[in-house]
Ligand binder design. Structure first.
Ligand code: DQA
Length: 159
């Protein structure tokens, strides 16, 4: 049985297992060594592995990606819509606080997007208090370190 069968016309996922995209923005590839006093010591691979196990146990699949480029995140949000993803967990990192383009993208798609952060931006510098992602996200999970992703996944799996 294939997990991700695409039809020839719309490119939609025909699999019986729902897929959740987990999209990570700039500098998150450095997790583990990047400001560990703020972000902890888990690497992005550690987080991806745990989400994968959790999703599989619930009969779902994770598509986990990271990019330092805003346009990649936008293209991947479009892709999540095109393939019929069940939800997107989005840690847009620094773009959270700057990107009208990502806000526009979240508004342009119907896939539910959950905003995720390791730290709690509201307890940090004032420039992190504004979240363009949060203006369109279904919910926000922040301040629980790597666990923020797992909490968001548990909610997304229940959609
Ligand atoms: C972050 C918080 C952002 O303010 C920051 O720019 C990041 C990481 C977090 O996961 O805590 O890069 O999104």
């Amino acid at each position: 049985m294939c997990n991700r069968c695409f039809d020839n016309i719309g490119g939609r996922i025909l699999a019986d297992q729902p897929t959740i995209f987990v999209l990570n923005g700039p500098n998150l590839n450095l997790l583990g060594t990047r400001e560990p006093e703020i972000y902890g010591t888990d690497t992005l691979d550690d987080i991806a592995g745990r989400l994968d196990d959790r999703a599989r146990a619930a009969g779902a699949l994770i598509d986990f990606r990271q990019s330092n480029h805003e346009g990649h995140l936008i293209d991947w949000l479009h892709e999540a819509q095109a393939v019929g993803a069940k939800a997107v967990l989005l840690n847009a990192a620094g773009f959270t606080h700057t990107s009208v383009a990502i806000l526009d993208t979240i508004k342009a798609i119907t896939v539910p997007v959950f905003e995720v952060h390791l730290s709690d931006p509201h307890k940090r510098e004032s420039f992190r208090h504004l979240s363009y992602v949060g203006m369109a996200a279904k919910a926000v999970f922040a301040g629980h370190g790597a666990k923020s992703y797992e909490l968001a996944l548990d909610v997304a799996l229940q959609l």
